[in-house]
Design a protein around this ligand. Structure first.
Ligand code: NAD
Length: 291
């Protein structure tokens, strides 16, 4: 079994991004600039946004963090986004999800200019991705593809089973794995909460992407010998032995599954780190698309 190490791959991707950003500057182009919008004070969202901002500095990007009150109106949030859309110095805009319940996520996603939508959630980017056209690819699936690419994992002709069909992980990774690309060219089965015989389907998989948000869900008896297992899950589970009071758990029963597979991502230290690297890559591409 080989560990797919998000730390090693994300550092390699970030080093390359830093180099590309320097080349842009030498060519007289602008410094990539990401605007991150955080509504409210959700603990996990605070952590994610802080690490995105920190990672921008690491690769030499500019970043602007816009903090808005939990009770901001949808109209006010939309007008903030409109200003960012109009600001020529801002290349990428992300709004940290989830949003407070009184704000419609779909409205907000649709309000970001597709050419600044570095989270890749706008329907224009989704449509372009489905057709295999250049687009911003949602950061987590993009991070998974970068990881498969880094480890040169053979995907063509393989059966990939994706557990989860969300717009941000399950559905886009299922599409990316099915495209005529490398990595890609998989035969993909998408499973979800209404799937019957999930265990039998998983046992047929050469590659399993677990993205359902249920800690330890994928057990060893669901995994074929030598399968590749990608664990996307991030769930905070109470743990009194931790300083924070919680531990981060993935969707895979790692201890039991690891000995069965050929490759596996750990949690933490796997896909989560790749997500930020992929976001930075999208931000760099936002500048490159302009030139
Ligand atoms: P979601 O809640 O939007 O979607 C979960 C999906 O799992 C749904 O499509 C549902 O049909 C499916 N599902 C639920 N129970 C199931 C079951 N018993 N059997 C089969 N399918 C089932 O979640 P999401 O936003 O896609 O996130 C999934 C997980 O990935 C969460 O733990 C989330 O925290 C994590 N996540 C991690 C990253 C990262 O950077 N690593 C990024 C995004 C999400």
């Amino acid at each position: 079994m080989q560990l797919l190490d998000g730390k090693i791959v994300s550092q390699a991707v970030k080093a390359d991004i830093k180099h590309q950003a320097q080349l842009l500057q030498q060519a007289g182009k602008k410094t990539p600039h990401l605007a991150a919008v955080l509504v409210g004070t959700n603990g996990a969202s605070e952590t994610y946004v802080a690490s995105k901002v920190k990672s921008c500095a690491e690769v030499g990007f500019k970043s602007t963090l816009i903090r808005l009150e939990e009770n901001i109106s949808e109209t006010e949030l939309l007008s903030t986004l409109e200003k960012l859309n109009q600001d020529d110095d801002i290349d990428g805009i992300l709004v940290q999800l989830p949003l407070p319940r009184h704000i419609r996520e779909e409205k907000v996603i649709n309000a970001i200019l597709p050419e600044k939508d570095v989270d890749g959630f706008h329907p224009v980017n989704t449509g372009r991705m489905v057709q295999g056209q250049p687009s911003f690819i949602p950061a987590t699936p993009y991070g998974i593809m970068l990881m498969l690419e880094h480890y040169q994992i053979e995907t063509a002709g393989k059966h990939a089973v994706v557990i989860g069909r969300s717009n941000i992980v399950g559905r886009p990774i299922s599409i990316l794995l099915s495209l005529n690309t490398n990595p890609g060219n998989c035969t993909v089965t998408v499973c979800h909460s209404r799937t019957a015989n999930l265990k039998e389907i998983c046992l047929q998989a050469d590659i399993i992407v677990a993205a359902l948000g249920k800690p330890g869900f994928l057990t060893a008896d669901m995994v074929k010998e030598n399968a590749v297992v990608i664990d996307v899950g991030i769930t905070r589970v109470a743990d009194a032995t931790k300083r924070t009071g919680f531990a981060i758990k993935g969707d895979v029963d790692f201890e039991a599954v690891a000995p069965v597979c050929s490759y596996i991502t750990p949690v933490p230290g796997g896909v989560g780190l790749m997500t930020i690297a992929a976001l930075l890559k999208n931000t760099l591409r936002a500048v490159e698309f302009k030139s």
